[in-house]
Design a protein around this ligand. Structure first.
Ligand code: ATP
Length: 590
């Protein structure tokens, strides 16, 4: 199920068919009901002809009442069958749109970090919504707007054939020619509809980007600038939408002219037949009503086909972005990682970012179980990359990364994630309750276990001051909490996970002393008995560590215990002295 959606990347109709097949019975029922409804609807007009003929033969016999009964049956069947179709459509079409949306979301979340880094979240989410809406519209348009005129045209031509074969043949030829013409013109407008779909997605993306970064926007006094930029984006979208709509209007105008000329021609023809006694009054009524309904049907059909084309364009455009293959594929025979203390080994690892420069060349490293390792070094040295590779966010080009002797490339995603607990630099939180956020580390944890983890992470003091305690909703990205509180929640989450390997990306922002102390104490407890890799921004936190790795330009320049590195007077020594000097300066000024 995971990756097979990619096959549909360039096949929007097949993609839709995948979901329609899952509800084939309901779709079949809708199809039959619409078919029947349209046939009865066309027959209604034939019933009117019967009634007119019966009435114009002076009503001597039961003719009018027979025609009434027939007409009544047609009207009832027509109306009831439509309801059968639309009732079932409320189940079938809604299910298709919902399932499709869920599976696209599932596929989207399977992409690697790099995929998201290069795309705006708003654009992606609006594409999923657009795809689901397009699928819903295509189904609706096909059943309510494409199929009925097609069936009605065939039915009308059959009935017209009863009045005059030449007239039926002429109508068939005209209706066919109009359809082909309309469709060709409609299809030629596809790039315009594509362009509109693109621009609409950009508008959504811009909005999400600005709202998501509103603090930044305000801080730099850029609100007005963003308004102007947004106006320009909306203007682009409006122009694209107008071009798309006007194209459709030109098509409709052309069609209207054809309908007027043809309907009047047919009517005049049938009146001439009536004058020559070759047609009854009922026949003239039939030609008039059927002729106009067939020609209007071709307009509805042409417009519906244009709409379907437009929706298909939107669908295919969205699928081509959303259904790109996952960058990180789990091997089919992936084994389960069974951690035994969490020894981490890098064996001759070389890595470049996709399309980027090389970060590591032949990096080798062995971290013993239970060892606490601090990664330090200048910005861009490769600390975050090393940690990202260990979490398998990217594939290495050569060499291997192993946890407890098992290469991470050959293990399941789930077992890898269970082995590694992460306390990130920017504590990410979902806009849910504290309880749910902490439980994210282990969904099956009981409320008591969540509380224990919260207490261990020194969260109790502030949770007790919150009106709803652990049931407090944290706000968008946890913004209702302070930075220090968010970090402690992240520590609680890691506690609950109880993974043998811990990755800490130390926060750069300074916290007040009380928060700092609470976090340091919580981390001390969390680190006990685990292998720890920390990206350290403040070297003071590394005093109790077993080992420091100094990374510069992707190479390990220094490797040893903190005291040993201090004595060597190398890079680490320099960094510590610089930090001490900075701290001393701060003390003087404060
Ligand atoms: N997603 C990416 N795509 C391409 N290149 C990247 C990407 N992320 C990092 N790099 C590059 O890889 C190199 C190593 O970056 P990395 O983020 O690992 O360094 P770092 O030591 O963690 O730096 P910092 O302390 O500033 O976080 C840098 O030259 C950086 O520009």
């Amino acid at each position: 199920m995971k990756n097979d959606l990619c096959h549909y990347r360039d096949r929007p109709l097949a993609f839709l068919g995948r979901y329609i097949r899952r509800h084939s019975f309901l779709h079949g029922l809708i199809f039959v009901a619409v078919l029947g409804a349209v046939i009865f609807s066309v027959s209604t007009q034939y019933g009117v002809k019967l009634l007119v003929d019966a009435l114009s033969s002076n009503g001597q016999n039961h003719g009018p009442w027979t025609a009434f009964a027939v007409l009544g049956f047609f009207i009832a069947a027509d109306n009831l069958l439509w309801r059968v179709a639309s009732w079932n459509a409320s189940y079938a079409f809604v299910s298709v749109a919902g399932e499709l949306r869920s599976e696209l979301f599932r596929h989207l979340t399977g992409h690697a970090e790099s995929y998201f880094a290069n795309r705006m979240p708003g654009v992606l989410t609006s594409r999923i919504t657009a795809t689901s809406n397009a699928a819903f519209q295509i189904e609706n348009m096909f059943v309510w707007n494409v199929m009925p005129p097609c069936v009605a045209t065939v039915g009308a031509i059959v009935f017209l054939g009863m009045v005059s074969l030449q007239m039926a043949a002429a109508l068939l030829a005209i209706a066919g020619a109009v359809m082909v013409l309309m469709f060709r013109i409609a299809a030629a407008g596809r790039p315009l509809h594509h362009a509109f779909a693109d621009k609409a997605a950009v508008v959504d993306g811009e909005m999400v980007d600005v709202i998501g970064n509103i603090t930044l926007v305000r801080a730099f006094g850029a609100v007005e600038r963003e308004h102007l930029r947004f106006d320009a984006t909306v203007d682009e979208e409006s122009k694209a939408r107008r071009r798309s709509l006007l194209y459709l209007e030109r098509l409709r105008l052309l069609h209207a002219l054809i309908v007027v000329v043809t309907a009047l021609g047919l009517l005049a023809w049938s009146i001439m037949l009536w004058q020559n006694k070759q047609a009854t009054a009922g026949d003239v009524v039939l030609v008039c009503t059927l002729g106009i309904s067939v020609l209007s049907a071709t307009r509805d059909l042409a417009v519906a086909l244009v709409d379907v084309t437009q929706h298909l364009a939107r669908l295919s455009e969205a699928l081509s972005t959303l259904l790109s293959p996952h960058e990180m594929r789990e091997p089919p025979d992936a084994g389960t990682l069974v951690p035994k203390g969490a020894r981490v080994t890098f064996e001759d690892v070389s890595f470049s970012y996709p399309g980027g420069k090389q970060v590591f060349k032949g990096l080798s490293l062995d971290i013993e179980p239970g060892q606490r390792v601090g990664l330090v070094g200048p910005s861009g040295g490769g600390k975050s990359t090393l940690v990202a590779l260990l979490q398998r966010f990217y594939h290495v080009q050569s060499g291997r990364i192993l946890i407890d002797g098992q290469a991470i490339d050959g293990i399941t995603e789930a077992s890898l994630r269970r082995t590694i607990a992460l306390v990130p630099q920017d504590t990410a939180m979902l806009n849910r309750t504290l309880m749910e956020n902490i439980r994210y580390g282990r969904p099956d944890a009981t409320d008591e276990e969540v509380w224990e983890a919260a207490i261990a992470a020194r969260c109790r003091p502030f949770i007790e001051t919150l009106p709803q305690g652990l049931d407090t909703v944290v706000g968008d990205r946890g913004l209702n909490l302070s930075g220090g509180q968010r970090q402690r929640i992240a520590i609680a989450r890691a506690f609950l996970m109880n993974a043998p390997l811990l990755i800490l990306d130390e926060a750069t922002s300074a916290l007040d002393t009380e928060s700092e102390d609470a976090i340091r104490e919580a981390l001390e407890r969390l680190m006990a008995g685990r292998t720890v890799i920390t990206i350290a921004h403040r070297l003071s936190t590394l005093r109790n560590f077993d080992r420091i790795l100094v990374l510069r330009s992707g190479a390990i320049e220094e490797d040893g215990a903190p005291e040993a590195l201090m004595q060597r007077e190398g890079i680490y020594h320099g960094l510590v002295n610089r930090e001490l000097a900075r701290l001393a300066e701060q003390t003087v000024f404060s």
